[in-house]
Design a protein around this ligand. Structure first.
Ligand code: 13P
Ligand code: SF4
Length: 347
């Protein structure tokens, strides 16, 4: 039962004491975040891990987040992901090998242009390392516009990976909506013309989040029809027309802060992963928090892989001296990925 499992998790935690810190991403289910020392967005959690002295960091999130935590934390801290199946499909849409070959094709079309690659935090360490090597950087959904400006001050064009929607929303925000071209890495006869690449300021990798891409403008219209006072906030991984129709777009932290700062009785419809919406309903009962699209469909199957039974298992294994599901980024990649993250902090 859930009560037995809670007892086992608590027993393991008390045995491990300060040797372990448990982190829970905003999109994790209730039975996980209830055991977390910190709940937050991906980058915030990595910083929490780095600031903690615990030798073991159990990261309840997805693989790229655990990798980022491993990059940011000290060498003597070990990062553990309760399930190795928890991989963000969007991060998997831009594999370093594939990007390498696209890079050769794109740079061939514009040999005299300085292209700066920017990767969203939702990507694997080898892609972050690639971006650093090519003079580029990492960004989060909160600072993507600063990253674009940083890159365009130093180069002629941006290649943004993997999320085309965040890329398009960001280009729009900085006035470059008409200067975008999409690059589809799965199209064997890539239909993006050389002329289009030459003319564009921003080349968007054709990746997307399968949770956020499913929000539609008619979801916003229906919620407003049923609740005329509703404010709508969506994540910038949503399509451009959805972001345009919403009242606010922001990262998971911005969504959390917005609801936390709402006046009692205000209505907020939330366009992001359903578990965060459910947490906000529990955490802020005086605010009327609504899911933007019914109750059911917008859950992330990667986040869902972190089952409380796996959390119990990795903790009990640690009690017995066994490290399971360690996420460890190779030293060369760590060094380069750190460069790309440091450049992000600079912008
Ligand atoms: P955050 O960077 O806000 O944690 O969001 C991560 C994510 O997976 C969004 O879909
Ligand atoms: Fe990846 Fe989307 Fe899930 Fe976030 S919500 S982890 S971007 S699939």
């Amino acid at each position: 039962s859930e009560a037995d499992r809670t007892d086992r998790i608590e027993a393991a935690r008390s045995e491990l004491g300060d040797d372990v810190i448990v982190l829970g991403h905003n999109y994790q289910r209730r039975e996980i975040v209830e055991h977390a020392d910190f709940i937050g967005d991906s980058y915030e959690l990595s910083k929490r891990a780095a600031n903690a002295d615990a030798p073991y960091v159990v990261f309840c999130g997805v693989t790229f987040m655990a990798e980022s935590a491993d990059i940011i934390t000290d060498d003597d801290q070990t990062v553990i992901l309760p399930s190795m199946e928890a991989s963000c499909p969007m991060a998997g849409m831009a594999e370093a090998l594939q990007v390498d070959s696209a890079w050769a094709q794109i740079t061939d079309v514009v040999p005299d242009a300085d292209i700066i690659p920017i990767t969203y935090m939702n990507s694997y360490a080898d892609l972050k390392a690639f971006c650093a090597e090519q003079g580029g950087l990492v960004c989060t959904s909160s600072n993507a516009h600063h990253a674009f400006e940083w890159a365009l001050e130093r180069g002629d064009k941006v290649l943004f990976l993997p999320d085309k929607h965040l890329g398009e929303n960001t280009a729009h925000r900085i006035g470059l909506a008409d200067s975008i071209v999409e690059w589809d890495p799965w199209d064997p006869e890539n239909t993006t013309t050389d002329e289009a690449i030459q003319a564009a300021d921003v080349v968007l990798w054709d990746g997307y989040c399968q949770v956020h891409e499913r929000f539609r403008v008619d979801h916003i219209e229906s919620v407003r029809e049923a609740n005329p006072d509703a404010n709508v906030i969506v994540h910038p991984e949503c399509r451009r027309e959805v972001v345009d129709a919403a009242d606010v777009a922001g990262s998971t932290s911005t969504i959390c802060e917005t609801v936390a700062n709402a006046d009692p009785g205000e209505t907020w419809a939330i366009g992001t992963e359903i578990h965060l919406t459910n947490h906000l309903q529990r955490w802020h009962p005086d605010v009327n928090v609504l899911p933007l699209c019914g109750d059911a469909c917008m859950d992330c199957n990667a986040m869902r892989q972190i089952d409380p039974n796996y959390l119990t298992w990795v903790l009990e294994e640690l009690v017995d001296g066994r490290e399971r599901n360690v996420i460890s980024v190779a030293p060369e990649e760590t060094e380069l990925a750190q460069v790309a993250l440091d450049r992000m902090l600079e912008v």
